[in-house]
Ligand binder design. Structure first.
Ligand code: 5GP
Ligand code: MG
Length: 180
């Protein structure tokens, strides 16, 4: 096996566009959370790079924690059943929680997370996603959305296929023949 580029089709979001949009999202979030100490929850592992960039564009005293769920395994179709792999370390009661996710596809993952964390009585819970796929989804609100993308499997900027391609600085479409 060889370099990364052989498995990649088109670049959908280039590096400059990612940085520009993350900066804009950071400004909006900064404005909305003035005077608060929100807890930014990174949904591992795909959102790690987005989360790391975003928190450095937000100018409030924020806290970070990490949660990990799984619904895909090494497949590219959601099983629908979301499983908690690693829970938060912090308690969230009376905290303003912002869930930071990489992609919303069917909406199962985000909806599971919102539902689970709401049960712990946070002061508020909002959602932020780098991207959302253009297709039918559960009705889960995304308060801060980076990009709408087509319904293809994407990699890069933290997103993987079988744990490959996470370190690409852009978001690109995986060649369909790689996963079909
Ligand atoms: P959902 O539960 O909304 O169907 O799927 C959301 C989760 O599936 C995301 O957290 C993300 O990890 C993963 N996912 C969905 N689509 C893609 C994709 O195109 N590429 C990658 N790498 N992950 C995806
Ligand atoms: Mg994810």
């Amino acid at each position: 096996m060889c370099g990364r580029s052989v498995e990649i089709n088109e670049v959908l979001i280039d590096e400059a566009s990612l940085q520009k949009r993350v900066g804009e999202m950071g400004l909006t979030i900064t404005r909305d959370y003035q005077g608060k100490s929100p807890l930014f929850v990174c949904v591992l592992r795909g959102a790690a790079i987005f989360h790391a960039d975003l928190i450095r564009k937000v100018d409030v005293n924020l806290l970070v924690d990490f949660i990990s769920v799984c619904s895909y395994g090494d497949e590219t179709a959601s099983s629908g059943a979301v499983q908690l792999i690693k829970d938060l370390e912090m308690g969230i009661e009376d905290r303003n929680v912002l869930l930071v996710e990489d992609i919303v596809d069917t909406g199962h993952t985000l909806s599971y997370l919102v539902h689970t964390l709401k049960g712990r009585n946070p002061a508020s819970i909002r959602t932020c996603a780098l991207s959302r796929k253009d297709r039918a989804q559960l009705d889960v609100p995304i308060d801060y959305l980076g990009f709408e993308i087509p319904d293809v499997w994407v990699v890069g900027y933290g997103l993987d296929y079988a744990d490959r391609h996470r370190t690409l600085p852009f978001v690109a479409e995986l060649k369909p023949e790689v996963y079909s």
